[in-house]
Every structure is written in C-alpha cells, then in structure tokens.
Ligand binder design. Structure first.
Ligand SMILES: Nc1ncnc2c1ncn2[C@@H]1O[C@H](COP(=O)(O)OP(=O)(O)OP(=O)(O)O)[C@@H](O)[C@H]1O
Length: 237
C-alpha cells in the first residue's frame, strides 16, 4: 500500500526521450540523434558543440518550432507529440520565451510596444497592466530611460535586452536563447549575460542558451555538449 503522504514524482519542466530529427532527402541528414534530457525549474543550461553539431536544431525542437522524426518532448508533464499546431502555438506563447542572435524587434514600434506584443497576443492582462508590466521588465533590465525609443535608436546590447524583456513578457517557465550574445561586443555581452543570470536567480525561469562563447558556457550551471547531433556529455559545473 502506498503511504498516503507519499509525494507524487514531480514532472521536470522539460524532458526529451530519444529525440531524433532527420531531414528527409535523397541522402537523409541527421540533425539531432537520440537526445534524452531532463531539465528542471531555475536551471541555467549551456548547449555547446562544434559548428554543425545540431545545437540550433535541438533548440528549435525544444521550442516546439520544429517536430521530431522520432522520440518525445514533454513540457511540464504534457507530451507534445499529439498536440495540434494551435495547441503548440499556445504553449509557445504562454510557457516559452525566445531570444535569438539577432533581436527581431519590430522596427516601427518602441521598446515598450515591442515588449507588450506577446502580452497582447496572449490577452490575459488588461492594457494598462500590460503597459505597467512591460515598463517593469524593461526597468529590471536597466532600460527605464529608453522605453519610448525604437530599435534603431538603441545600441546592440540595449536592443538585445529589449528582446530579453520581450521573452519574459508572459512570465514563461522557459527561455530558449540561440547565441544571445553572438552579435555583441564584450561590454554588451556581459550586460546581457548578467541579465539572464539575474532572471534565473530571481525568478523560477529556466534558461537554455546555445553559445560558442566558452567563458559564458563555463559560467552556467550545466553544460550539454553535442557532437554530431548526439549528447557527448551533460554535466553540472
Ligand atoms: N535545412 C537544412 N538542410 C540541410 N542540412 C541542414 C539544414 N539545417 C541544418 N542542416 C545541417 O544540420 C547540421 C546541424 O545544424 P545546426 O544549425 O543545428 O548546427 P549548429 O550546431 O547550431 O551549428 P552552428 O554552431 O554553426 O550554428 C549541420 O550539419 C547543418 O549543415
């Protein structure tokens, strides 16, 4: 008999089981092979590996932007394989924030408006609260004096911090970042990295970041190293 107070085994935030992605072609291309990972809340994980080792492909799978050929992706205990594209889009909007190497901010909108866009799409907060939340997120990233600037009026590091604020807009459990500092100089890299670190420390958010920057990778808590689409090692550091 099970003890009545036995705690149920908690689902990890993200779990993959034997994830494989093969591009069908005359000669099929294996992007990701047999990747099994369990990632919890408040983790800061680097994905590293040589060029072409499948880092971005894995991140796209984890972000439900691409579908696996084989294997499973579980998000907060939900298996995603049988979900419709609109259900996947909803999970992405509500639970996952994305930061890419290039900020992809909308040029005609201000920093504040860019950060409000995901909140408008989700539609959970009334407009006044969206505005206040966006202001708070930008202030938290040191951008309180730049709320009404458009992307072209900001430095590269400031733009990328606006992109981080936008990724945080709907309070996601998970942020996926593909080379978030790849286009930045060393000062801006440090600012963006410290912003990410603060998010992991002060919120329950998990960040998984692809990076070529070994100094940054070594400062993250866990490193998943890929070679030829497979996990070469996965270690806490
Ligand atoms: N659409 C595609 N068609 C053919 N091959 C592809 C395609 N997309 C990716 N690949 C190949 O799949 C492999 C993995 O690519 P991916 O971009 O995931 O690697 P990566 O580790 O992120 O590389 P990098 O560090 O250079 O960005 C590479 O060999 C790449 O050339």
């Amino acid at each position: 008999m099970t003890a009545p107070d036995a705690a149920p085994r908690e689902s990890p935030l993200l779990e993959t089981r034997s994830l494989t992605r093969i591009l069908p072609a005359v000669v099929p291309v294996t992007l990701v092979q047999d990747v099994s990972l369990r990632i919890g809340h408040s983790e800061f994980v680097a994905i590293t590996g040589p060029s072409g080792s499948g880092k971005s492909s894995l991140l796209y799978l984890l972000g439900l932007l691409d579908r696996p050929s084989e294997g499973e992706i579980w998000i907060a205990g939900t298996e995603t394989d049988r979900l419709s594209s609109s259900e996947l889009a909803h999970i992405r909007l509500e639970k996952i924030g994305f930061v890419f190497q290039f900020h992809f901010l909308l040029p005609e909108f201000t920093a504040l408006e860019n950060v409000m866009i995901p909140m408008q799409r989700l539609g959970k907060l009334p407009p006044r609260e969206q505005h206040e939340h966006a202001e708070g997120l930008l202030a938290g990233l040191g951008l309180e004096d730049f709320l009404n600037r458009r992307p072209e009026q900001l430095s590269g590091g400031q733009r990328q911090r606006v992109a981080v604020a936008r990724a945080l807009a709907n309070s996601p459990d998970l942020i996926l970042a593909d080379e978030p500092t790849g286009s930045l100089d060393s000062v801006a890299t440090e600012q963006v990295f410290e912003s990410l670190q603060k998010i992991v420390e002060t919120q329950q958010t998990t960040i998984i970041a692809v990076t070529h920057d070994m100094d940054l990778a070594n400062r993250m808590e866990r490193r998943v190293h890929l070679v030829d689409g497979r996990i070469d090692y996965d270690r806490k550091q």
